[in-house]
Design a protein around this ligand. Sequence first.
Ligand code: GLC
Length: 606
Amino acid sequence: MSAIYLLRKIATKTPSRFHRSLFFSTFSKESKPDSPRTNSIRHLASQRFVPSSIYRFPQSKILPNRKFSTSVETNSSDKSFERIHVQSGTILERIHKNEEEETVSKVNVETERVVREESEAEKEAWRILENAVVRYCGSPVGTVAANDPGDKMPLNYDQVFIRDFVPSALAFLLKGEGDIVRNFLLHTLQLQSWEKTVDCYSPGQGLMPASFKVRTVALDENTTEEVLDPDFGESAIGRVAPVDSGLWWIILLRAYGKITGDFSLQERIDVQTGIKLIMNLCLADGFDMFPTLLVTDGSCMIDRRMGIHGHPLEIQSLFYSALRCSREMLSVNDSSKNLVRAINNRLSALSFHIREYYWVDIKKINEIYRYKTEEYSTDATNKFNIYPEQIPPWLMDWIPEQGGYLLGNLQPAHMDFRFFTLGNFWSIVSSLATPKQNEAILNLIEAKWDDIIGNMPLKICYPALEYDDWRIITGSDPKNTPWSYHNSGSWPTLLWQFTLACMKMGRPELAEKALAVAEKRLLADRWPEYYDTRSGKFIGKQSRLYQTWTVAGFLTSKLLLANPEMASLLFWEEDYELLDICACGLRKSDRKKCSRVAAKTQILVR
Ligand code: GLC
């Protein structure tokens, strides 16, 4: 059966999934479930966009923060605004939540528009980005992954990838163009409800595709029509499940609302259902002993075998961000209150788990070095039975005195000590890690600048798997040879996430420095997908040129730095309510000790 035939067959069976009905039904009818919380902001939503990227976004357009879904009952005790956290008995933090720490988004001050000259690289980047736009029935719906005219074998790089589109979307939003993002969010939402089958097996409802393509199919001799053809992993190399797609979709949905002020999109019933489907899929009960998401290898940006199966940090930090977004966006009613409660409990458990068990710095490594093993009890110190011999020799020399980072992965008797960039950045952006840990991650990057930034920001992970590790862990993958591609190649697209993390931590100068390194080369090198070698000196062996998320990541970094108020809408501060929630409900019971309390890692002083 040909692919086209299959498409047609599905289209006939499920007309609502087909583009035309989809386009008209989705866009002509605005379903706006009215809720009281939206009325106050609706008038602001009409005065949205700034016409040009060379202007700073006027602060008067910044909307007040919206109500969070914490009104649903949790196991939380009372809220306090000042407390002391003791992490593993070592990190002492006094946190004052005062007016200075309120997010800038609450500020409503008129600032003058500052005209900024675009560099040659920026002008060219905008040209490439506009050229990468994919249209569907005449409307922009996304951007292709790469648009290299010299590439004779584009594979699936001519498709719109969900994760790749995020920096494009942000660049457009920050420029004042919201339509393409809105269209993208609504069309991918429709794809979510496709019946997908891989070898007669259907993955969970709510799964978002990794990518989609607009195809033209012949209806008869004279008529053609366009269809959206998604890939849920059934065609992708290695048949990898795109776990991150749904998480990115939720993150982008929130960003769209925050930047444009058009909250009506996230309030639509179909959009609310989309959020719920993704959350239900992520929060489904399984055999898990940990609050982290259990996934296969290749389920995120690193979409090939790289030994990240299990509980990789990248997925956990995107999961945490998506949980926080959903908590903000879900309307609380009888049908959603249980889900909102589950989200609150998971947020709390997840941040505790990551902060406590994923964190490494010189002190923690020394602790692991002296671990006793085979401890059988609920209050074991070495809970995951980590053998000290696992500490890789490179780490002993590499770890700086100042700074630390979150581990790549944690499983029974297994710690992946590699530094994974995206996961660490999103932990900062979403406040998955503590404020001190967030600061320490940036300190580590500063101390290890040559390893992580070098000649091209940013290394996807550090260090590379070499020799037997490469052979056994990647399965001798010729694309992922040491210091190439996912195996410690340098990916300029990660710049925008670095910029956001630096801005959140009040250190934009670090991002500016990295951006300057990139700007020196990207235009001349024709916007490669990735760079190779220890210091990112060479354009990657099999790197695509004119890679859209390289272009968009660069532009988004520029725009974020020029519009700090807009950037502040995209990150989260510490949430004090979440720290109080303990899902197990045993804290006050003397029947059995709550392991979190027993761990004595968070001491709350009121
Ligand atoms: C590669 C990357 C993946 C990206 C895709 C499209 O497969 O590993 O992260 O989404 O290319 O650019």
